[in-house]
Write a protein of this length. Structure first.
Length: 179
């Protein structure tokens, strides 16, 4: 990677960490709170593409794994990765790769198709992976896990729209391309 690409990747990783400083909002219906960090995960995929976006997210997750309190609410350590939120973290790691690939396809060239890729991967895919993990590690049934994750859809949809708008503007200003 060139120096410019390293700096961009580091800035997105820092953005994800900064978004983790915003206190989580507990829902009460499941042991997973509403967080702002997933906005940064979507930005990683939309701005940096598959490889560099995944590197940025992996860097943040590695810091969390070794104990730096970079996740929302200051959580960190190996226990976070095997607890109720572990599936969302795993989904976060895969999301930039899938999103970057989807956005780089030649048929994804209109605003609605780009927004659809960001939403499908950044919201539905991550929530699905998180729901399945939640079902596996907690006494919640799969159906209840999936239904309770519907609470995240409205806010995450707004985040995905914000990511699209920011990505379009940043790419226009800096000539950053996910290809």
């Amino acid at each position: 990677m060139k120096i410019k690409e390293i700096v961009q990747t580091s800035l997105i990783a820092a953005t994800i960490i900064i978004l983790g400083m915003i206190p989580p909002l507990p829902l009460g219906i499941i042991p997973v709170p509403v967080v702002m960090q997933n906005l940064g995960i979507m930005l990683a995929g939309a701005l940096l593409g598959s490889k560099r976006g995944t590197i940025a997210v992996a860097l943040v997750l590695l810091l969390a794994l070794i104990g730096f309190p970079v996740l929302s609410g200051g959580s960190a350590g190996p226990a976070v990765f095997v607890g109720p939120t572990g599936g969302y973290l795993f989904g976060w790691l895969m999301a930039p790769s899938i999103m970057g690939y989807g956005l780089s396809q030649p048929f994804v060239n209109r605003a609605w198709s780009k927004m659809a890729v960001i939403w499908l991967v950044g919201v539905l895919f991550v929530d699905l992976v998180g729901s399945i993990w939640l079902w596996l590690v907690s006494p919640i049934s799969l159906a209840n896990s999936l239904i309770s994750n519907l609470a995240f859809i409205p806010g995450d949809t707004l985040k995905s729209i914000a990511v699209y708008l920011v990505a379009v503007r940043v790419q226009a200003l800096t000539h950053v391309s996910t290809r």
